[in-house]
Design a binder for this molecule. Structure first.
Ligand SMILES: Nc1ncnc2c1ncn2[C@@H]1O[C@H](COP(=O)(O)OP(=O)(O)OP(=O)(O)O)[C@@H](O)[C@H]1O
Ligand SMILES: [Mg+2]
Length: 235
């Protein structure tokens, strides 16, 4: 469904991604894990067009989408939920969701504001609250909910559990699983490797040199040497 081949990207003279390849099949949850600063966010930004790759290709649904703008990739159903969440502080929850309706396109999973609020009951209760009034977890939920209003065939989630309390991490994980069961494909970037490997069907491990592991979450979890060397942890 989504395939990235030999992607190169960076900032100015600095190359961050020196030819990485990964793929996501329809209906999968695929996770991309790796240490801070190896280029996970850069990968997501290059896929959605926030950053123009210097080489390589991004194919989506049989189409070459390399270098298309974020507006165009969103219209095709690639929905990035960025690390910083980008909730509009001065807008209410409902207004934040309505902004999502302005973008996006003809995704099969496109939802209207009210149907999304049926899924996110905690947001319905707070629909007239401003973005500034929301907790970190609520902002994360809102950011994902807005992507659904925009129409997400593939959700690209950048560290959705970052900074959240354990109980809320669990709720976000449940939500990702629920959306996936409804048919939404997920590419998940996570620092919380335990959560990521629990959720994922397949995993890619990124290091400075590129993708150093591709396989099942179980295989990665059991590979103590790789886990320790590239993530500095064992599970
Ligand atoms: N706008 C930018 N301009 C210049 N360099 C950048 C920019 N954004 C990121 N970088 C650099 O590119 C490298 C990769 O950054 P990126 O944000 O993709 O990493 P990451 O894997 O998402 O890290 P983290 O886990 O901390 O979110 C880092 O060295 C970072 O400092
Ligand atoms: Mg990042």
């Amino acid at each position: 469904m989504l395939s990235v081949e030999n992607l190169r990207a960076g900032y100015g003279e600095t190359e961050v991604l020196s030819g990485i390849s990964l793929d996501v099949e329809e209906g999968e949850i695929v996770t991309l894990v790796g240490r801070n600063g190896v280029g996970k966010t850069t990968t997501l930004r290059s896929i959605t067009g926030a950053l123009e790759p210097t080489a390589g290709t991004v194919r989506y649904d049989g189409e070459d989408v390399t270098g298309l703008s974020p507006v165009e990739t969103a219209r095709r159903g690639l929905a990035l939920v960025p690390e910083e969440r980008r909730v509009f502080p001065g807008l209410t929850v409902r207004e934040n969701l309505s902004v999502g309706a302005l973008g996006g396109g003809d995704s099969a999973f496109r939802r209207d504001v009210d149907s999304v609020l049926d899924t996110f009951e905690n947001l319905r209760e707070r629909q007239d609250n401003r973005g500034t009034d929301l907790s970190g977890g609520e902002q994360q939920m809102l950011s994902i909910a807005r992507a659904l209003v925009c129409g997400a065939d593939v959700l690209l989630l950048d560290e959705p559990t970052e900074g959240l309390a354990p109980l809320i991490v669990e709720r976000v994980a449940d939500l990702v699983e629920e959306l996936n069961e409804e048919g939404i494909t997920v590419l998940l970037v996570e620092q919380n490797v335990a959560v990521a490997l629990d959720l994922a069907d397949r995993a890619f491990l990124l290091d400075q040199s590129g993708i150093v592991f591709e396989g099942s979450p179980e295989e990665l979890r059991d590979d103590e040497e790789t886990m320790d060397r590239h993530l500095g942890i064992s599970l």
